[in-house]
Write a protein that binds this ligand. Structure first.
Ligand SMILES: [Mn+2]
Length: 615
């Protein structure tokens, strides 16, 4: 095999050195195999079996550097350009001159990657047989295929996920410098390192101020000294900073600690399992340079948790939304929100927790995060509301793509996720929502009404100081799709069938594809049985309208998104029929649920009553 031939060839000239090297290599492999048997594969950060560019001793990490090097690096070395690890250059020296090499082949040879390597160019890994079994076991333990991650290059390239037009978008020359803040808690080492390599290799170096890792009390031993040594020997000095939080304080606090220790003009929070795409940073910074009160979001691509394949939409972009239960979901842009080209900036509603850029002073002026919140959850909604209501704006930069491993967070929630979320939600809605909006949220979470969410006085003072707009402004201008049941309606509440005491029910459905309209025993909880007849004659619930797909008697009515979907109109008189205008059919009810029938004044199953009529 190539590697052994290589070593033998070199041995002809330097047999003593090579004998030592071979023994060392052998011992290293044995140790790794042993530790693998003991601990499961990949427990050692520095023994990446398939990524031989840099392999270090497992027994004393950091001491045996570059013991085994792969063929591409051999060639590179032969060209005389490679400096021996450890990397000695400082980040400011390296930054000042885009031509400089740093001595780490994973950085210096980036761009000439061997495309035949597993996982290269964002391809996924397909495992078979015993490898597959091992990986499956590890996925159930770590929620991500750590086995696959250990087998693909730390510096792999990814496919260009951008709209074709992004290639020619010009960006201003003097963009602000950026600190990237990456909190982590028990992140798998090769996934964390790939996040860092992707940033170093795909970010113009003059724009990158620093990468700040915040270890939020990880328990994995590999993330302590080994990580320190790896960072120390593989990246230019001062580029990657590690902050250790002795006791876990949660993602929000960890982000804030990273922020306090950062020095860039702009800050970007990352998850610890991401891979940035080509020219990902410039579009975000261009938005902020244009208007410093802009928060710019990248487009998230999907790294499959089982295969590590980098996936993306070719001609589609996701918009984010939320409903009254504060569930964050993906939806789509209205036609009027898409510019003249697909790559034009789009207005945003709410943000995901990570991968947004904000001017550091603006972040401070806006009151950073509510540090009374716990762990994470809800902070992304609160921040988006605050930005919009207090004078900022939130946009999607379509040309900035960032891959994200779609895994459940390695973060756990002391006290349970639901309790933490509700605590955070309560803090957010008490500060920002008006009573009628809070009421709609409490309808989903009755327990939240009496929940003690701690001291909010500081956040209330902030709202006062920034002279923020009322929440209804946000609904009217930013997220009009979020339906307020009692606004602009002629009837609202629950729609009860007079014959059966069953009410129209949405089964808490919130997606765009058509779903059956249901009827269930009336309980009058607005969360599932809140329906309205609007002034423009839509029969609607949370995010959907009632529509019919087949215009004949016997059709089952559907719930379908009416942001850009169909908007059927209906007429109704109190305690009487609900008539579909286009067909003249009446909403009826049989044993299977709502059904469209020929109107019949004598049919009591066609009589409906809303809780409240507005005259
Ligand atoms: Mn994540």
């Amino acid at each position: 095999m190539g590697r052994w031939n290589n070593i033998r060839m070199r041995c002809a000239f330097r047999y003593l050195f090579c004998a030592l090297l071979m023994i060392l290599t052998f011992v290293t492999i044995q140790l790794a195999v042993l530790s693998e048997k003991r601990n499961g594969i990949g427990k050692n950060l520095f023994f990446n079996f398939d990524n031989k560019a840099v392999t270090e001793g497992t027994s004393s990490p950091g001491k045996v550097l570059a013991a085994v090097v792969g063929a591409s690096v051999q060639q590179y070395k032969a060209s005389g350009k490679l400096k021996q690890l450890p990397v000695a250059i400082t980040w400011s020296e390296y930054r000042a001159n885009p031509q400089l090499l740093c001595g780490n082949p994973l950085i210096d040879t980036y761009g000439t990657n061997d495309p035949s390597k597993m996982g290269e160019n964002g391809s996924g890994i397909i495992l078979v047989g015993s490898e597959k079994e091992k990986a499956t076991m590890l996925i159930s333990e770590y929620n991500v295929n750590v086995y696959a991650s250990d087998r693909i290059p730390l510096n792999r390239m990814v496919p260009d996920a951008r709209f074709p037009g992004c290639n020619v978008v010009p960006y201003p020359k003097d963009l602000p410098s950026t600190s990237i803040i990456i909190p982590f808690y028990d992140e798998w080492p090769s996934i964390l390192l790939r996040t860092i390599y992707s940033i170093v290799n795909r970010t113009p170096r003059q724009l990158l101020q620093e990468i700040i890792l915040v270890d939020d009390g990880s328990k994995m031993p590999q993330l302590k000294d080994d990580l320190d040594k790896y960072v120390d020997t593989h990246f230019p000095k001062g580029l990657v900073k590690i902050i250790r939080v002795p006791e876990r304080r949660g993602l929000i606090q960890a982000r804030l600690m990273g922020f306090e220790n950062s020095t860039g003009d702009v800050i970007i929070f990352f998850d610890s399992h991401m891979e940035v795409n080509i020219d990902w940073l410039q579009p975000l910074l261009a938005e902020i340079k244009h208007d410093r009160k802009t928060v710019a979001m990248g487009t998230l691509d999907y790294i499959q948790l089982d295969s590590m394949e980098y996936k993306y939409y070719h001609d589609y972009m996701t918009r984010y939304g939320f409903d009254w239960r504060l569930v964050f979901f993906e939806t789509f842009f209205r036609n009027d929100q898409i510019g003249s080209t697909p790559e034009a900036t789009r207005v945003g509603t709410v943000m995901v927790g990570a991968a947004y850029a904000i001017d550091r002073n603006f972040f401070k002026e806006m009151g950073t995060y509510d540090n009374g919140m716990k762990v994470w959850g809800g902070e992304n909604l609160e921040m988006a509301w605050r930005i919009w209501l207090c004078g900022g704006r939130l946009v999607h930069a379509p040309c900035s793509h960032i891959g994200h491993v779609a895994r459940s967070q390695p973060y756990d929630f002391p006290g349970g996720r639901q309790a933490v979320e509700q605590y955070n939600y309560k803090r957010a809605i008490e500060v920002w929502m008006e009573p009628e909006h809070k009421e709609l949220v409490y309808n989903y979470f009755p327990g939240m009404r009496t929940l003690d969410a701690g001291d909010l006085s500081e956040r209330m003072r902030l709202k006062e100081k920034l002279q923020c707009k009322p929440f209804s402004w946000f609904i009217n201008h930013v997220w009009p799709e979020l339906f307020v049941l009692q606004q602009n309606v002629t009837a609202w509440g629950s729609a009860r069938n007079l014959h059966t005491n069953r009410c129209l029910d949405n089964h808490q459905y919130l997606f765009q594809a058509a779903e059956p309209l249901y009827a269930e025993t009336c309980h009058y909880q607005l969360a599932t049985q809140g329906f309205s007849l609007t002034k423009d004659k839509l029969l609607r619930t949370s995010l959907q309208c009632v529509v019919i797909k087949s215009m004949t008697a016997g059709a089952r009515p559907k719930l379908e998104d009416c942001i850009i979907g169909p908007r059927d109109t209906w007429t109704h008189r109190q305690g009487s029929q609900i008539v579909h205008e286009a067909t003249g059919l009446c909403l009826d009810l049989d044993n299977e649920g709502p059904i469209m029938m020929i109107c019949d004044d004598q049919a009591i199953t066609q009589m409906w009553q809303f809780n409240t009529y507005v005259v």
